[in-house]
Design a protein around this ligand. Structure first.
Ligand SMILES: Nc1ncnc2c1ncn2[C@@H]1O[C@H](COP(=O)(O)OP(=O)(O)O)[C@@H](O)[C@H]1O
Ligand SMILES: [Mg+2]
Length: 310
């Protein structure tokens, strides 16, 4: 059985369609990445799946319960970490944990053990009486995750849990997500950090309310990136990019930091064409290497080509 099954799920706000007939399944115990730019419809979808917002059309089953006819059972089977910071800033660490424990109906005896557990995963032993608002972003998010899962839900929704968190703490946060998944918990997580998609078992990419790609990271790369990608290191990256992107042999061109990625039909011909073009224009070339596509390459390709095979 799938943990989550979404069928033609749609949300309109007045005349505006925020989520447009989306379909997907999330397998039990997997880490499922829900990717898309700001405004794509991620939070709206999650709020419907958590039974917090009614759908305009379509439905979904979460943990076997229908979100439209049984939102109460849905709410009881899930954990939800909202995009906005979900803890009370002016309460202490301990008070937040106790508050959420009561919301989830955890008994006093169990609460003692669960509190220790949350302090452990948040790594906040010794900080019980600190005011939550004084913790840095990464620590707050770990505490928020601990509070969201302290009642041991089998399905967890995390809405941009790593926004505003520095890269080191983001890695650590993903270790926590992996631990949950290893315990059999299904995790649906949204992010706009494309590199985080690599840590997911399956992904969907949503754009303007529609799913434009889905699959595992490997499948997405194989399906959508069929041309070799050359990484070009040269001086004057901006001018080089402008020159390369007008060439018929450059299928796709994008700037990645200080280098340029060029999708070409043929690796050898592509290498020669790049060297010749830059030499003609007096731009020093420092190196060209063929690279494996990243999910960022896939998403740039999909977004620039209007997405749209699904
Ligand atoms: N309550 C609402 N009323 C009107 N428009 C909304 C409401 N909630 C979200 N939207 C709009 O729906 C679109 C999708 O929003 P959202 O689901 O928050 O996107 P994401 O989480 O991917 O950034 C946005 O254009 C947003 O402005
Ligand atoms: Mg959002």
């Amino acid at each position: 059985m799938n943990a989550i099954e979404v069928r033609q799920l749609t949300k309109r706000f007045g005349a505006f369609t925020a989520v447009d007939h989306i379909d997907f399944d999330v397998k039990q115990g997997e880490i499922f990445g829900f990717l898309g730019a700001n405004g794509a419809g991620k939070s709206t979808t999650i709020r419907m799946l958590c039974g917090l917002l009614t759908s305009t059309e379509g439905t979904a089953r979460v943990g076997g319960f229908d979100i439209n006819t049984d939102p109460h059972s849905v709410k009881q089977s899930i954990g939800y970490m909202s995009q906005k910071f979900s803890l009370y800033e002016d309460l202490t660490v301990e008070e937040n944990i106790e508050f959420f424990g009561r919301v989830y109906g955890i008994t006093d005896t169990a609460l003692k053990e669960r509190k220790e557990w949350v302090l452990g995963i948040a790594n906040l032993h010794g900080r019980e009486t600190s005011i939550t608002g004084t913790l840095s972003g990464g620590w707050k998010q770990r505490l928020a995750l601990g509070c969201a899962v302290m009642h041991r839900p089998r399905i967890v929704f995390l809405d941009e849990p790593t926004s505003g968190v520095d890269p080191v703490m983001r890695r650590k946060f993903w270790e926590l997500i992996n631990e949950l998944s290893a315990d059999g918990v299904t995790v649906l997580v949204t992010t706009h950090f494309l590199e985080e998609a690599e840590y997911c078992n399956d992904i969907i990419l949503i754009n303007a309310g529609k799913i434009i790609a889905s699959g595992s990271p490997k499948e997405l790369k194989q399906e959508h990136i069929t041309h070799p990608i050359l990484e070009v290191h040269c001086s004057d990256v901006v001018r080089a990019m402008e020159l390369i992107e007008t060439q018929p042999w450059a299928v796709e061109t994008s700037v990645f930091g200080t280098s340029i990625h060029v999708n070409v039909a043929d690796e050898q011909a592509g290498r020669s064409a790049v060297s010749a073009l830059l030499a003609q224009n007096g731009i020093p070339l420092h190196g060209v290497e063929r690279i494996a596509p990243s999910l960022e390459d896939v998403f740039i390709y999909l977004l620039e080509h209007g997405g749209g095979n699904k």
